[in-house]
Design a protein around this ligand. Sequence first.
Ligand code: NDP
Length: 327
Amino acid sequence: MTKVLVTGASGFIAKHIVRQLLEEGYQVRGSVRSDKRQSELAALFPDADLEFVKLDLTSDEGWDVALDGVDVLMHTASPFPGGEPDDPMELIGPAVEGTKRALNAAHAAGVRRVILTSSCVAIYKDPAKPPMEQSTEENWTDPDAPGVGAYEASKTLAERAAWELADQHGLRLTTINPGAVYGPAMDPNYGTSLQLVEQILDGEFPAYPNINLPAVDVRDVAHMHVAAIDNDAAVGERFAANSGAIYLLDAAAVLAKAYPDKKLKLRKAPDFMIKVAGRFDKRMAQVVGGLGRNADVDGSKAEKVFDFTYIPTEEALLASAAYVTAN
Ligand code: NDP
């Protein structure tokens, strides 16, 4: 029986991965960093063949034991806060060091496949690409370019480190690079992911910055991770997970139509206003980096190689909205 280690098993995406792995008969070992998260997970999968280990991205402790007897490493753990930290190293440090720890331990344990959760943010801020052109998996964000936030840099540098180690150790690596992940949560611990939908529904946007984001349903992201395990064509490849980028105002319009009682105001914020706000507000500074740039990434390679059709972006947004409004 194939045993899979899922790091950061308590995450919004990882819980869907764990569910699909268990449904397909894999033995799953999930890493967590607290007893609280471990009991929440155990409660979600009460009768499952699910083991737990404790791992922290910032510590060497436990990696060899965690990977002992494991066939496949799925490395999803990475810090994903809603805002910009004071020190970018708060995100870059754990993301990069954790990825190195995970891949080095996988190599030492003779793991046969490694699947890494990267991101479209490691792709679409490529200064070598005309800004309004759609990106492909060939593009790479420049972590040092202006307008690239700490999270975007952390994902780019972590993925770069993974490819270097895979090359060095001959690891059979695949990266899954999701856009903004929507769809249903499995429990109230859904991290940063559904916050945008919540904020729109709560009317927190007086006006919407003119930026688009690639988007994908969490169920498709989980499917891609699981389908990569036994797919030789996926080895050595990056896969953007994107059912179609959507402008923030268009996402708000989808939600406004489905929830007319919320009386959401649909206004576009002028770019100059966002640029002024970006001088004072760090989170806005990252949004400024998205103005005048197309963040869309071609996600069609994944559909071909993994033989599925994406859940449409509108449906993914509405599934998130259904969850957050019911809970
Ligand atoms: P979550 O915040 O829900 O999950 C993050 C996971 O990483 C949690 O299990 C968290 O543990 C764990 N983690 C964070 N820091 C550490 C650390 N220092 N040591 C050990 N574990 C740690 O986010 P998502 O599920 O959304 O994200 C999962 C992955 O997907 C990440 O790699 C993220 O970058 C990537 N991604 C997410 C997108 C999205 O829109 N959601 C888009 C593209 C990529 P704990 O529960 O204890 O906090």
